[in-house]
Design a protein around this ligand. Structure first.
Ligand SMILES: [Zn+2]
Length: 307
């Protein structure tokens, strides 16, 4: 009898904790820490730094403003649901947020926590040193981010992709070559997106579920093909402008922090890059965001359908 009562109490406790606070920051279940991914089928040579392009040059440069939401996204698309492939591990994280049409992150529940930001780092993977530094800081702040990668860089150095994945961060698709997709043929856009899906899946065992077009320019075709691949298409709503900075700028970290804070709003979708001054700024930036009451949304808690 005592045993039965104890078991009942235990079950009740488990049920209650499973239902949890509906919009709390998602604890990190460490879904990537299993080390079960053995597929390293990329044919890249693994040579690293030699082939790297100059840092800021290939970024989301020039023509894109800090906030590109008006650039080309006025049109709405049908919202018929495609089933999302490659999202096998998502079950562990409740889907409590969604992306709105201005690319902001919004709680599904109107009483949910609105003061959140999404952190993202584009144009890698470039260097283990920078990746480790970024993730050390993310870990310190219990934050998850999306690393939007380019296929050509993954091919050059697949071990860096594994590093991001194995350290529990989320990988997004940023096209193969980092070209503007807006004026490319459908076949070319498909290749630019789907080749990245494949190399990421082959390298870390799961394909991305987030897509960000270079320069924020995916066009209607890019949106369509992203959707066909179960990818949530996004640009950003808070540009750090880190990609406009030059390596000589000693005050880059402070400028970056100011840029983000100047544009800060609930649901900010913050665009940053794998750049040295960004790694340098990150700890202070996250501390300041926290001091303003913001938390960091777990990308895996975001629904894969914009609304
Ligand atoms: Zn980019």
């Amino acid at each position: 009898m005592v045993k039965k009562t104890a078991a009942l109490l235990l079950m009740t406790a488990m049920l209650l904790s499973a239902c949890g606070g509906k919009n709390e920051a998602v604890p990190n279940p460490g879904r990537n820490n299993g080390g079960t991914n053995t597929a390293a089928t990329s044919d890249a040579s693994g040579s690293s730094d030699a082939a790297q392009k100059t840092e800021a040059e290939k970024s989301d440069a020039g023509k894109s403003a800090a906030n590109p939401k008006n650039a080309e996204d006025a049109k709405k698309e049908g919202s018929d649901q495609d089933s999302a492939s490659g999202q096998n591990d998502q079950a562990a994280v409740p889907l409590t947020y969604h992306l709105n049409k201005a690319y902001n992150i919004v709680p599904n529940d109107e009483n949910g926590e609105k003061k959140v930001v999404l952190l993202s780092f584009d144009d890698g993977p470039k260097k283990a040193e920078w990746i480790n530094s970024l993730i050390d800081t993310l870990d310190k702040h219990h934050a998850k981010a999306i690393f939007f990668v380019n296929g050509y860089r993954v091919k050059e150095n697949p071990s860096l992709l594994k590093l991001i994945h194995d350290r529990g961060q989320i990988i997004g698709n940023h096209s193969w070559d980092h070209i503007s997709l807006r004026k490319e043929s459908e076949a070319k856009v498909r290749q630019q997106i789907e080749d990245v899906q494949k190399i990421v899946k082959d390298t870390v065992g799961e394909a991305p579920v987030f897509f960000r077009p270079p320069f924020g320019e995916g066009g209607d075709i890019g949106k369509k093909i992203a959707k066909e691949n179960g990818l949530l298409y996004m640009t950003w709503s808070n540009g750090s402008l880190d990609w406009t900075m030059k390596s000589k700028g000693t005050d880059n970290p402070q400028k970056l922090i100011k840029n983000v804070l100047d544009q800060l709003h609930p649901g900010s979708n913050i665009l940053m890059h794998e750049l040295p001054w960004t790694t340098e700024a990150l700890d202070q930036l996250l501390t300041q965001l926290e001091s303003k009451g913001y938390t960091f949304v777990d990308p895996r808690s975001i629904e894969l359908e914009m609304r």
